[in-house]
Ligand binder design. Structure first.
Ligand SMILES: O=C(O)CCC(=O)C(=O)O
Length: 278
């Protein structure tokens, strides 16, 4: 199918529907309801959204759909007694900045609990194995789910805020960056075209959202960049950036920008579409 066969109105509609947060699966269902054939719809969606056809095929089978997170809405969300301000929102990709997700004391305590256990942070290679990677030069560690009362409290807060069970979360990861250290642009979703895809998604399915919590305020640099939309989120102690994505969502490309002065501590929670067993 060539570009010429997609009417401009239909093209606009596909783009607008995807931008408004509908999953690929929902988009395909809407096209089916409107009378388009399955193969034709998959081809059109892949072409218009510029995502690999394999991803769209997987979405059509429901392989990348499951639990979705609820995106926090501005201006304020109460999580029990805990107020969280939503200070910035974008729709494509879905990003929210969250002020006051953690208290200053919680930040300090997390740093204290993590510090003795830091080691060179790893990435997941194409076969699903952990590897040392020049693109990620920070030090880090993982807590087990509910490992300490503090970790348990934070995990429950995130679960309540995003309306996704605690069991869908990977263990909280703490990262520590020094000047010059960074995490180069990457996606948090696992690529179905990589050989390790089935291994990394076997226990818990695909990742659906990330919450990066800032445990301190670096003196200079160290924000989280979303280069496809020209957005830099400032790292501010106690605040967080939440972003949600579909498999193949190119717009969710992001990076831990280099720390220029001072240091940077973050805690990251990745959420899966199903309960995750480490
Ligand atoms: O350091 C950051 O700001 C982003 C971290 C990140 O992208 C990740 O851990 O996946």
């Amino acid at each position: 199918m060539s570009n010429h066969t997609i009417r401009p109105e239909l093209r606009e509609w596909i783009l607008a529907t995807a931008r408004s947060g509908h999953s690929l699966h929902e988009l395909l269902r809407l096209l089916k309801d409107a009378g388009y054939g399955g193969e034709q719809s998959r081809q059109m969606v892949a072409r218009v959204l510029n995502v690999p056809l394999a991803t769209v095929v997987a979405a059509a089978k429901g392989a990348v759909t499951g639990t979705r997170t609820r995106h926090p809405e501005p201006p304020l969300q109460w999580v029990g007694e805990h107020p969280v301000r939503v200070t910035m929102s974008t729709d494509a990709p879905i990003v929210r900045t969250l002020e006051g997700l953690l208290t200053g004391e919680e930040c300090d305590q997390l740093i204290g609990e993590a510090s003795p256990r830091l080691a060179r942070a790893l990435t997941v290679d194409v076969d699903g194995r952990h590897q040392v990677d020049q693109r990620r030069t920070s030090q880090g560690m993982f807590f087990r789910i509910g490992e300490t009362p503090l970790v348990e409290r934070i995990e429950q807060r995130i679960a309540d805020l995003l309306q996704v069970p605690v069991s869908h979360g990977e263990g909280l990861q703490i990262l520590h960056y020094l000047p010059g250290q960074e995490y180069e642009p990457h996606f948090d979703w696992f690529n179905p075209e990589q050989p390790g895809f089935s291994a990394v998604t076997a226990r818990g399915g695909q990742r659906i959202a990330s919450v990066v919590m800032y445990l301190n305020t670096p003196e200079e640099g160290g924000g989280t960049g979303f280069p496809r939309i020209g957005l830099t989120v400032t790292a501010l102690r106690g605040s967080a950036v939440y972003f949600a994505y579909e498999t193949g969502d190119d717009s969710s490309l992001h990076a831990g920008l280099p720390v220029i002065k001072g240091e940077k501590w973050i805690a990251t929670k990745w959420l899966r579409e199903r309960p995750y067993q480490p």
